[in-house]
Write a protein that binds this ligand. Structure first.
Ligand code: 13P
Length: 280
């Protein structure tokens, strides 16, 4: 069933676990994640970046593909199709019009007032269509960027964003980065706890790949209810596919090549959601 993320995230917040957000890249990725989460009987959020949307043909294609897989594979769990880091109102509207039930508007490159203004416009449109909205405060960097000077969220800006926009979930930048960490993740748990104490809405942790297990558990204890994972599955999949090609250099059937990474994706999905304590 395709749903927005409100119920699953509020349940996670109340019961102290996190719902996984896995980024998808193609049909196979989507199929493997859906099958594994259905087997485990847990909710899942399928994240689609602007780049991935372009790669797969567009939001309509992705919506219909996901809807079709849910039907054909008899998937019974709640599934949320979500736009990850949409940079503009226009992109959010295109996804909502295609059927997406959840969007992240990421106007975090702007000053907080401008960020709030853009986010508010997205919320106005989304809520009319029963679509949940996530926004970012501070700025979550890429691991490959210069991360010496982090742009972390402040409690004050988080409160202002939520009060003025009525978003459904908030991703505060608190030290995590997207991609492979060069050093240990340095998360600001103190501010995370303070933000959670002051807000009723669920908090989101981006850059979930490579954060040590104990820190993930600590973040969940501080109120994180959704954790985004992208690079982890890419690394696991490509490692097995490269090995398969090396050992089977006469194989040219793309189905066999792509599928050689299936087990790795499913294994990582299972390990990750076990760590998150995800429940239905
Ligand atoms: P990673 O690629 O570091 O797992 O981050 C994923 C993410 O935050 C997507 O929004």
């Amino acid at each position: 069933m395709l749903v927005n993320s409100n119920e699953m995230l509020l349940k996670a917040k109340k019961n102290h676990y996190a719902v996984p957000h896995f980024n998808i890249n193609n049909l196979e990725w989507t199929k493997y994640i859906l099958e594994e989460c259905n087997e485990l009987n847990i909710p899942v959020i399928l994240g689609v970046s602007e780049g991935a949307a372009k790669y797969m043909g567009g939001f309509n294609t992705i919506y219909k593909m996901t809807e079709g897989l849910i039907q054909d594979l008899n998937i019974k769990i709640p599934v949320c199709l979500h736009v990850d880091h949409a940079k503009s109102e226009k992109v959010c509207i295109a996804a909502i019009d295609a059927g997406f039930k959840s969007v992240m508007i990421d106007a975090s490159i702007y000053q907080v007032e401008e960020n709030i203004l853009i986010t508010k416009k997205v919320v106005d449109y989304a809520h009319k269509h029963n679509v949940s909205v996530e926004a970012e405060i501070g700025h979550i960097k890429e691991a490959k960027d210069n991360i010496e000077k982090m742009e972390n969220a402040t409690l004050e800006d988080c409160l202002k964003m939520v009060k003025e926009t009525h978003i459904d979930s908030l991703a505060p930048a608190l030290g995590s980065v997207h991609g492979l960490y060069k050093e240990e993740a340095n998360l600001d748990f103190e501010t995370m706890q303070k933000i959670n104490d002051e807000l009723e809405i669920p908090l989101v942790l981006h850059g979930g790949t490579g954060i040590e297990d104990e820190k993930i558990k600590h973040a969940i204890a501080c109120g994180i209810s959704k954790i985004n994972i992208n690079t982890d599955l890419q690394v696991a999949w490509s490692k097995d596919v490269k090995k398969f090609i090396k050992e089977n250099d006469t194989v040219y059937d793309p189905r066999k090549i792509i599928q050689s990474g299936e087990k790795a994706i499913k294994r990582r999905v299972r390990e990750i959601v076990t760590l998150f304590g995800t429940k239905l």
